[in-house]
Design a protein around this ligand. Structure first.
Ligand SMILES: [Zn+2]
Length: 330
């Protein structure tokens, strides 16, 4: 008879000594994981706090440039820009205006902080008077007519100096339309980060305060994904890759870790995730009430997103994470 039939494993052996714990840690947050979302609006010397997102502001171009210097000095490699236009209309024309707010911001940042990667959000909802992500026919969002505008918007961002464009609208065919338009204008080297699996989520609430993009009626369920679906997410991601997406995104992040994992395993593509405003706001609010340890939960939430398979992530905590890394890692 064998002696050790009932022997157990001593997995704690690697957990007693903090040096060993560090050596065997599988997932570590790095500064190169970080993409910082920023909101830009008209005016001068503007730094409006977003009430539902403590620590997040709407900037004018001049204060945005200062913010970008700080972001760069912290070692954060990339920002993503969202525009709040001075003027909204049915066609969202400031989205593709060469003198639109985002285009101005890109040029100003590039002049002063040229070693920061600028990604731009490409969607119509911040620019349309009705707050929807595309052109309307009555209350219906038109798909193919919207593609033309998205392509124009992406090209105008590239012309202003954007390093990467990120379509977030969830219209069918937008990646192909944007890829074709960029290539036609000679921007063959500009990558597309597509919001490939974007869910119709309740976690976006605070963002709409920040970007001032709440729809005037209805919701986004006719283009964003139903929260219960994962096979459909894979079809969405596959379609975007076939159309030419270089990086694919899952949004939101924390409540959709299973989707991130599946997307990463299935497609083996550079994968990103957006820790959205609601995820941030909940951690912030609970932290401010001392109901949780904010720093610890921040690190845990992002480590989980990375562990699930994200190569990088958009997070409003980017500056806090960069500071934490500086303080805690030699
Ligand atoms: Zn939109």
């Amino acid at each position: 008879m064998k002696e050790h039939t009932y022997a157990f494993k001593r997995l704690r052996r690697l957990r007693y000594n903090p040096i060993i714990r560090d050596m065997v840690r599988e997932t570590e947050l790095l500064k190169t994981d970080l993409i910082y979302p920023l909101f830009v609006m008209p005016g001068e010397k503007v730094k409006n706090p977003v009430k539902s997102m403590p620590g997040v502001f709407q900037f004018s171009v001049d204060t945005l440039v200062e913010e970008c210097k700080e972001v760069r000095d912290l070692g954060i490699p990339a920002v993503i820009l969202f525009g709040i236009p001075s003027h909204k209309d049915e066609q969202g024309s400031e989205a593709y205006d060469p003198n639109g707010i985002v285009q101005k911001a890109i040029r100003a940042i590039k002049k002063e902080v040229n070693d920061l990667l600028i990604i731009t959000d490409v969607c119509m909802c911040e620019y349309t008077s009705h707050g929807h992500c595309g052109l309307l026919d009555g209350e219906e969002i038109l798909n193919d007519e919207t593609l033309t505008l998205l392509a124009k918007e992406a090209v105008s961002h590239a012309e202003a100096g954007a390093d990467m464009v990120a379509p977030s609208d969830m219209m069918d065919g937008r990646v192909l339309a944007i890829r074709k338009a960029l290539d036609y204008k000679g921007f063959t080297k500009i990558p597309i980060m597509s919001y490939a699996a974007k869910y119709s989520s309740g976690y976006y609430g605070p963002f709409r305060d920040a970007a001032e993009s709440t729809p005037a009626f209805g919701d986004r369920r006719s283009h964003q994904m139903d929260i219960g679906n994962i096979n459909e997410a894979l079809r969405e991601v596959e379609a975007d890759i076939e159309e030419g997406a270089d990086i694919v995104m899952v949004k939101p992040a924390g409540p959709y870790l299973d989707v991130i994992r599946k997307v990463k395993e299935r497609f083996e593509m550079p994968t990103t995730a957006y820790q959205v405003s609601g995820e941030y706001a909940m951690i912030k609010a609970a932290g401010q009430n001392n109901w949780i340890d904010e720093e610890r939960v921040m690190l845990e939430s992002l480590t989980a997103i990375k562990r699930a398979g994200a190569d990088m992530f958009l997070t409003y905590f980017a500056k806090d994470v960069a500071k934490w890394i500086d303080k805690n890692r030699k």
